[in-house]
Design a protein around this ligand. Structure first.
Ligand code: PGA
Length: 240
């Protein structure tokens, strides 16, 4: 399969032993494993086929930034991908588009591949598809300020994950035809704004039952998987 599958473990599992076992069971080509920071080193040493990703990054270099993890430290650990702007960080950590934009530019300039998450809340989607598209367009415009000034080599390292917030962790993904419409919209927008064809993933309740259909859609370049990435057999069936 030539689609990208990103395992977003969020704040799981409990300890290094469990994390390494899960990583070994998820070690496939075209997979990015994004564990919590404490497990990055041992997982980097345990995987051969999958790539290592982080769930966040700080925009600053080394220095006086209490509690933050710099892109320099991630690079040192062999991290290749970083998720930025996940809705859980936007909601629980109150991350703003401005902060997300700073992280995105710093990470791309550092040579990391960025998976930028965008997605609308339920109340927006209830107003219809065009309200949702409007919301996504505004998020992308704010999160990608300064993107045009990057060299094309750096700009090519951007991946978008479209994750409607109301579909995350619910067991029910968005209707496939709506995902296809939104992914098409995002791709066209980025070509228009930045003359760039960007990979767009879908995230929100992807599991072994619906993955075939979602990943089978030509326009969808892969999936960002949360809950199902914590169950080895379930994850294997999504990927293989
Ligand atoms: P989920 O999470 O697969 O559990 O819905 C996806 C995500 O939040 O990235």
């Amino acid at each position: 399969m030539n689609k990208l599958v990103v395992a977003n473990w969020k704040s799981n599992p409990l300890n290094e032993k469990e994390a390494v076992a899960l990583a070994k069971a998820s070690d496939f080509e075209n997979v990015v494993i994004c564990p919590p920071y404490p497990f990055l080193k041992s997982i980097g040493e345990s995987i051969n086929k999958a790539s290592l990703g982080a769930q966040d990054v700080f925009w600053g270099n080394l220095g006086a930034y209490t509690g933050e993890v710099s892109w320099r430290q991630l690079l040192e650990l062999g991290v290749k991908y970083v998720i930025i702007g996940h809705s859980e960080r936007r909601i629980y950590l109150k991350e703003t588009d401005e902060l997300i934009n700073n992280k995105l530019i710093a990470a791309l300039e550092a040579g990391l591949k960025v998976i930028l998450c965008v997605g609308e809340p339920r109340e927006i989607r209830d107003k219809g598809m065009s309200a949702a598209k409007n919301y996504i367009e505004q998020q992308l415009d704010k999160d990608l300020i300064g993107f045009n000034e990057l060299t094309s080599h750096r700009a090519n390292e951007l991946i978008i994950a479209y994750e409607p917030i109301w579909a995350i962790g619910t067991g029910v993904p968005e209707k496939l035809e709506d995902t296809i419409e939104m992914v098409t919209f995002i791709k066209k927008l980025l070509v228009m704004r930045y003359k760039l064809s960007v990979k767009v993933l879908y995230g929100g309740s992807v599991n072994s039952v619906n993955a075939k259909e979602i990943l089978g859609a030509e326009i969808i370049d892969g999936a960002l998987v949360g809950g199902a990435s914590l169950k080895p057999e379930e994850f294997r069936r999504i990927v293989v």
